[in-house]
Design a protein around this ligand. Structure first.
Ligand SMILES: Nc1ncnc2c1ncn2[C@@H]1O[C@H](COP(=O)(O)OP(=O)(O)OP(=O)(O)O)[C@@H](O)[C@H]1O
Ligand SMILES: [Mg+2]
Length: 471
């Protein structure tokens, strides 16, 4: 597929603490407070916004934002960043209500993947693929790429590895490319939580099932850096295109994906031997470089910047020179930050202060989050213009069917007309209203939608309702 649709689902960690750091509200109660304006406006904790994204409360009290369908990966980053701001505003509003109520309680939303109790939650990438392509052939080529992709796009973090010799004193704390690697239990499966696979095969295309499938990639870390988020989609898209092209591909199937993903996380040199299914070994750096070299053969002019950034990321691991990466890639930004703070305080990386810093890095509150503070000091990237991120809060991507959904939701909100939409369907809730199906994610114009918009405008109340106050 030359043009591909994709979307990113982010589950946020939710904590509500007192000024002394102890827990103030249980997650369920904090989530209820957070979603109060959403439920008041949308009469549900599962709504679609004017930017065509889905905002909802998933099981386990993890607020989730799923971006609209994008076919440009910088658009996707803008839509994702807009989601952070929408949730940051909801949290700020909830905190004002709690304070006005005299409660010593503050909600924090964390765009990360593991909470302090060791529970993992997700950041799922969705890619449209052709039904006729051999879906069953995908994992063989995609898995080695995804297992090793963390050396580029991992969020970084600290784990306590098992001591190799059972020595006393506990396991040493160690910086890793991705903590999520330890929470992956299967390579491919149709479950998302129970066994947590790298690729989820649940067949839910959100489109014409005879033409499309939706590839659901579960392995990614939530990334704060726009460069890291962009690379997750841009590199995977290129690899998918290579697989779809039918040409000869790098044969790098690993002997054991799950053992390998944990080993890759812990090896900051990228050179630890990874046994291949067909005998012999490879390394994380080799797998990534082979794929990069392979896709370079057919990438076009507009993709040169992605190839260069990908190469820079690999060179960082190969040479150990962090100059560029420590200001661009999440794992390297965190590696430098944690190392500096640990040295300054005379503690090791396993110290609780470093764990708190890790959480604060992912706090989406623009005033309290460490990532936002680093951005202000020029130590973390901001590639997208401020205006583009702000516009993405209320404007859907214009090059996919999200454009249609965005128009319908915007008009319905402005005119106070009850409606129900999902990824494929648009309809009014009045009795007898016919649903409009948009089964091709690339559709951006449809006469039936024009008619629906005219109906909404004619039905609308004389004094239009205000759009949702948070987006
Ligand atoms: N045909 C498609 N191909 C690829 N991505 C799609 C397609 N249709 C929708 N998407 C994207 O897939 C994501 C779906 O998010 P959603 O949270 O609803 O996921 P789900 O897997 O269907 O459900 P849940 O998270 O409730 O299990 C969105 O980011 C959306 O933009
Ligand atoms: Mg979801």
């Amino acid at each position: 597929m030359k043009r591909r649709v994709g979307g990113l689902e982010t589950e946020y960690g939710l904590v509500c603490v007192r000024a002394d750091g102890s827990r103030a509200l249980e997650p369920e109660a904090a989530a209820r407070e957070l979603f109060r304006p959403v439920v008041a406006m949308g009469r549900s904790s599962n709504v679609f916004l004017r930017n065509a994204a889905r905002l909802y409360l998933d099981v386990g009290s993890h607020p989730e934002y799923a971006t609209a369908e994008c076919d440009d990966w910088w658009d996707l980053v803008a839509q994702d960043r807009a989601g952070d701001r929408i949730f940051a505003d909801l949290a700020a509003q909830a905190n004002e209500r709690l304070a006005a109520d005299g409660q010593d309680a503050r909600i924090h939303l964390l765009k990360n993947n593991v909470d302090s109790a060791g529970n993992a939650f997700g950041s799922h990438e969705n890619f449209l693929v052709d039904r006729r392509g051999e879906f069953t052939r995908l994992p063989r080529y995609l898995l080695p790429f995804l297992v090793t992709r963390q050396i580029v796009t991992g969020a970084g973090g600290v784990v306590r590895s098992e001591p190799e010799d059972g020595a006393a004193g506990g396991a040493p704390a160690q910086f890793v490319f991705s903590r999520r690697s330890d929470h992956m239990w299967e390579a491919v499966s149709s479950a998302t939580t129970r066994t947590r696979p790298i690729i989820n095969t649940r067949d839910e295309p959100h489109g014409d099932p005879t033409r499309f499938r939706r590839l659901h990639v579960i392995v990614g870390d939530s990334t704060m850096s726009e460069v890291s988020t962009h690379l997750r989609f841009a590199t995977t898209d290129l690899v998918l295109r290579a697989i779809e092209s039918g040409r000869a591909l790098p044969e790098l199937a690993l002997h054991d994906d799950i053992t390998a993903i944990r080993a890759v996380a812990r090896d900051l040199t990228g050179t630890a031997p990874l046994p291949l299914a067909g005998g012999g070994t490879t390394t994380a750096l080799e797998v990534q470089q082979r794929w990069l070299d392979h896709v370079t053969e057919f990438a076009d002019e507009s993709e040169q910047a992605v190839l260069e950034t990908w190469q820079r990321a690999l060179d960082t691991v190969r040479t150990g020179d962090r100059t560029w990466a420590a200001q661009n890639l999440d794992w390297a930004i965190k590696e430098r930050l944690f190392t500096q703070v640990a040295e300054r305080r005379g503690v090791d990386l396993g110290d609780p202060a470093i764990e708190r810093l890790d959480l604060a890095y992912h706090d989406i509150d623009p005033g309290q989050g460490v990532f936002a503070a680093l951005q202000r000091r020029g130590l973390a990237p901001q590639r997208l213009a401020e205006a583009r991120i702000e516009a993405a809060r209320t404007t859907a991507p214009t090059t996919t069917r999200a454009h249609l959904r965005g128009q319908v939701v915007t008009a319905a909100q402005e005119h106070g007309v009850d409606h129900v939409v999902d990824w494929t369907t648009l309809r009014l809730t009045r009795p007898g209203a016919m649903p409009i199906q948009v089964l091709d994610p690339f559709t951006t114009e449809l006469p039936a939608v024009d008619a629906l918009l005219a109906e909404i405008r004619s039905q609308g109340t004389a004094a239009p309702a205000q759009p949702m106050p948070f987006a």
